[in-house]
Design a protein around this ligand. Structure first.
Ligand SMILES: [Fe+2]
Ligand SMILES: [Fe+2]
Length: 403
């Protein structure tokens, strides 16, 4: 990987933190006036990157007690040369909280930055009196801002892990030392979650396995992220461009368009109790998609990759296809990456008549589970399919579409 000296180190540090703590946003109690006792490690969900671009990145982490937080960063790993950024809201430093989100902006493209997250425990928070406990600083991590001229890169796609941490570990092992710039979790990776206590250890585990402090995870919602009491909050842990579950971003002259089909049954299905309106949400995406495919970013891209959990093509019944078809059939996508069916297949247009190749990830069971490692060059995308007992590793080449 790009930051080889950090790789082993990061794994060790993340492993130590994960072993010592139980990530939970509910673990601490807020101090409005009463002192709280200081105890173990503050950082409960180690730092991870979100929304990495040419000019900025968001750093997220959690503590198990209320704190004041900041990030120290710079182009040198020397912490004495780093600048400090904290988050202000209406004139106040955001503090006395557990969930931390810092934006690093005005960064230079294609540049390696180093950073560490810092949290200072607040033990007393009164109008005219504040007291502080321990200060905890993470190790120094590195990341590279997006290079607008990068022509080749790699990325990884996991899907349908269904909270399976052991499954994730096995698939991660299959990847070995293959390089990657970012990792997509294409839905149903966080399943039917009841609480923060259920969700955050799973996120922490996935983050640790991919070194998310250096390589950003892109968490996409599947139908199972929509179920369970914590479905109302789980997406708060992710920073999506535009703050919606559908969005687009450019990496290495490739335009990634992320869509969200919502639930897998009609809104009127009894088990939804009238609380869903994915019909309107899908229509909103159909309208947005028309704008996206006319955008300069989309038109100028070498490759156009569509990613969403529930397939539109390759599924007998689709709640999205009729709405999205006009855009999907004219946009000139080179590839769609889907999930949900738990049956791995790559469907090529010459056999299917679909407007683009469709690569669907495998199951939540080790026998038929897959992970995709994709390498984009100016001429093609190679999809290396790796997986469990019944999966024969293979590489499928998707050539760039003639436009
Ligand atoms: Fe699934
Ligand atoms: Fe699914």
């Amino acid at each position: 990987m790009k930051f080889k000296p950090f790789s082993l180190f990061l794994l060790l540090v993340a492993g130590m933190v994960a072993a010592q703590t139980t990530p939970s946003s509910a673990a601490g109690s807020r101090t409005d006036g009463n002192k709280t006792a200081a105890s173990s490690t503050l950082i409960s969900l180690p730092p991870y990157l979100q929304n990495l671009t040419e000019a900025g990145v968001v750093v997220r982490w959690q503590t198990n007690r209320p704190v004041y937080s900041w990030v120290e960063f710079g182009t040198s790993p020397d912490t004495s040369a780093m600048q400090k950024v904290h988050r202000l809201k209406n004139g106040m430093a955001v503090a006395n909280n557990l969930d931390h989100r810092m934006e690093l902006s005005d960064l230079k493209p294609a540049t390696t930055y180093y950073y560490r997250v810092c949290s200072r425990e607040i033990t007393l928070y009164q109008p005219y009196k504040k007291e502080f406990g321990v200060t905890e600083k993470s190790e120094v991590f590195a990341f590279q801002t997006v290079d607008p001229n990068q022509k080749s890169f790699s990325f990884i796609v996991f899907n349908d892990l269904h909270n399976g941490r052991a499954l994730f570990d096995s698939l991660r092992q299959q990847l070995g030392n293959r390089p990657y710039d970012f990792v997509i979790f294409n839905g149903d990776c966080l399943t039917d979650l009841a609480s923060a206590e259920a969700a955050l250890p799973v996120i922490a585990h996935y983050n640790q396995g991919i070194e998310a402090a250096s390589y950003p995870p892109v968490y996409i919602r599947g139908n199972h992220e929509i179920r369970g009491a914590y479905s109302q909050q789980v997406t708060d842990h992710f920073d999506w461009p535009g703050d919606k579950a559908f969005f687009a971003f450019t990496h290495g002259k490739t335009r990634f368009v992320i869509l969200d089909c919502g639930e897998d049954k009609p809104d009127t299905t009894a088990v939804y109790y009238g609380l869903n309106d994915f019909s309107a949400f899908r229509q909103e995406q159909a309208d947005w998609l028309q704008k996206e495919i006319r955008s300069d970013e989309f038109k100028k891209a070498d490759f156009r990759v569509l990613v969403h959990h529930i397939p539109t093509y390759g599924l007998k019944r689709s709640l999205c296809l009729d709405l999205w078809k006009p855009a999907l059939e004219t946009a000139g996508f080179d590839l769609a990456i889907n999930a949900h069916t738990h049956r791995h297949e790559v469907l090529l247009p010459e056999k299917t008549g679909f407007p683009y190749p469709v690569a669907i990830g495998g199951s939540s069971k080790w026998d038929d589970a897959t992970v995709m490692h994709l390498t984009k060059t100016p001429e093609k995308i190679d999809i290396a399919l790796l997986g469990g007992k019944n999966i024969t590793p293979k590489t499928v080449t998707i050539p760039k579409k003639k436009r």
